[in-house]
Ligand binder design. Structure first.
Ligand code: NI
Length: 233
C-alpha cells in the first residue's frame, strides 16, 4: 500500500526547514547506502550527527506523533531518526531495495554499540521542495502490476512498503530536498497492518456519519482485539 499523507509539515515549518538546510554541511549520500545501493546512489545527505540534522529530525518526529493518519497507517513501534537528502542536477538513485535493518545511532544504549536496530517495515519520504522547484526527481515505486510515480507538494509525505524496489529519477533542473526514514511497525505483516488501517478508517467514517451508534463500540473492540493478537513487541 502506498499512502499519501498531506501536510505533515505546514508551510511555515517547511520554510524553516529549508532555511536551516541551506546552511547545513551536506556530504556524499553514499554514507548510509548499503553495498548494493551505493553503486546506484548519487546525491547529497546530511550526516546524522550534524546538529542541524538532529534538530530537524526531532521536529519531524514530533510532527509524526501528532499525525493521526500516519499513526493509523504505520502503527509505529520505532521510527528511525529522519535523515535529509538533496538531489541536484544529474543526481539520482537507481533501482534498489532498502536495507532490512538499520542501526539508529541517535538512540544508543551501552549494549548496542552500533545503534538501536530498527527493522524497516515501511519507508517514508517527506518532500521539502515544491514540485515547481525542480524537474525530474520523481520517486518511482514498483508494485506488482505497475510502477507508481510520486512527486508531492512540500510538507507532504508518502509511506510505502520498504520491501519494494524503488528509485529516484535524475533531477534535470533545480534541487530536490527531502527527509527520508524508516518505520518498524507494531504489525510486521503488511496485510494485517492494511486490514487494521482499513478498519480504523471505516470506524472513523461511521463516527462521522452515525455518531453514538452502539455498533462503533463493538467495532472499536474488534480493532483492539485484532491489534492485541497481532502486535509484535
Ligand atoms: Ni531507498
Amino acid at each position: 500500500m502506498l499512502l499519501h499523507i498531506p501536510q505533515v509539515l505546514n508551510s511555515e515549518q517547511v520554510a524553516h526547514f529549508r532555511e536551516r538546510l541551506a546552511q547545513a554541511p551536506w556530504a556524499d549520500g553514499r554514507i548510509t547506502a548499503g553495498y548494493q545501493s551505493a553503486r546506484a546512489k548519487r546525491n547529497l545527505q546530511l550526516p546524522e550527527t550534524d546538529p542541524i540534522a538532529e534538530k530537524l529530525s526531532d521536529a519531524v518526529r514530533i510532527a509524526l506523533k501528532r499525525n493521526a493518519l500516519f499513526l493509523s497507517a504505520a502503527l509505529p513501534r520505532r521510527i528511525f531518526s529522519p535523515l535529509f537528502n538533496c538531489y541536484q542536477v544529474s543526481d539520482g538513485f537507481g533501482n534498489h531495495v532498502d536495507n532490512a535493518v538499520r542501526y539508529d545511532r541517535s538512540q544508543v544504549s551501552p549494549l548496542e554499540e552500533n545503534g538501536h536496530p530498527v527493522r524497516t517495515d515501511l519507508s517514508a519520504t517527506l518532500f521539502l521542495s515544491s514540485p515547481d522547484d525542480y524537474e525530474g526527481g520523481e520517486l518511482l515505486i514498483e508494485e506488482l502490476l505497475e510502477t507508481r510515480q510520486v512527486k508531492l507538494p512540500a510538507g507532504d509525505m508518502v509511506l510505502y512498503p520498504a520491501t519494494s524496489v524503488h528509485r529516484v529519477e535524475p533531477v534535470t533542473r533545480g534541487e530536490r530536498l527531502a527527509s527520508f526514514f524508516w518505520i518498524q511497525s507494531l504489525i510486521r505483516n503488511a496485510g494485517q497492518r492494511e486490514l487494521l488501517f482499513n478498519l480504523d478508517m471505516s470506524i472513523q467514517k461511521l463516527e462521522r456519519d452515525h455518531p453514538g451508534d452502539p455498533t462503533i463500540v463493538e467495532l472499536v473492540g474488534t480493532y483492539h482485539n485484532l491489534l492485541r493478537f497481532w502486535t509484535d513487541v
